[in-house]
Design a protein around this ligand. Structure first.
Ligand SMILES: N[C@@H](CCC(=O)N[C@@H](CS)C(=O)NCC(=O)O)C(=O)O
Length: 231
């Protein structure tokens, strides 16, 4: 059994996408980042960077003590290795999946996260920052579109953890000021993933875990999410 420390955000969705695809049993442990759950000592013991997602695998492959993993890319890789699924085994395609997984966690996620911050959440409208991250988002969508030209998925013919990492960041494309009409390969890939049964199930969990999903943030939520104390 796997405990998934989760809140329905793009990084959280990555892991429910995998768990639903693989049909692994898991229990959701909500981490309400708007209430500050990410700073609780028990959570920090699992995820020292005070961010979800994280998992605890109570039945690791070696049969030993439970294994905890933080960072969405590390979790996807751990789960792929545990199940032998969604990561090609041939060295050449495997490294391609890893390249695009790392591209997501090191580039697409952080840059689009700043897009969300400055376009949606920042208390002041800062045109330089809004333009900077909207332009960077457009550039990254272009990179994704080029990669998907002539390929069904990021690592080739098969859906992999690289796609599971990238897809949730493309879901809010309208809020990022992107139009998928400008990125036809991304549109095709996006539609193919959106209609997978596991994707539908994973996204249905969002409003169950956070009934206020999609509503504007309250001052209290902003304080916990963007005003973290530095120790
Ligand atoms: N690099 C991390 C990023 C995770 C992340 O940014 N999580 C956000 C929500 S999407 C979070 O937990 N924020 C709470 C906080 O920063 O206090 C990963 O890929 O897992």
């Amino acid at each position: 059994m796997i405990d998934l420390y989760y809140w329905p955000t793009p990084n959280g969705h990555k892991i429910t996408l995998f768990l639903e695809e693989a049909g692994l049993e898991y229990t959701i442990k909500p981490v309400d980042i708007g209430k500050g759950d990410q700073f609780a000592a028990e959570f920090l013991a699992i995820s020292p960077n005070n961010k979800m997602p994280a998992i605890v695998d109570h039945a690791p492959a070696d049969g030993g003590a439970p294994v905890s993993v933080f960072e969405s890319g590390a979790i996807l890789l751990y789960l792929a290795e545990k199940t032998g699924r969604f990561l090609p085994s041939a060295a050449r395609t495997r490294v391609e999946a890893l390249e695009w997984l790392f591209w997501q966690v090191g580039g697409l996620g952080p840059m689009l996260g700043q897009n969300h911050h400055f376009n949606q959440y920042a208390p002041e409208k800062i045109p330089y920052a809004m333009d900077r991250y909207t332009n960077e988002t457009r550039r990254l969508y272009g990179v994704l579109d080029k990669r998907l030209d002539g390929r069904a998925f990021l690592a080739g013919d098969d859906y992999s953890i690289a796609d599971m990492a990238a897809y949730p960041w493309i879901v809010p494309h309208a809020k990022q000021k992107m139009d998928l009409v400008d990125f036809p390969n991304v549109q095709r890939w996006f539609d193919a993933i959106s209609t997978r049964e596991a994707t539908v199930k994973a996204y249905a969990l969002g409003p169950q875990v956070n009934p206020a999903l999609g509503q504007p943030l309250t001052e209290e939520q902003r304080k916990h999410m963007f005003g973290q104390p530095v120790k």
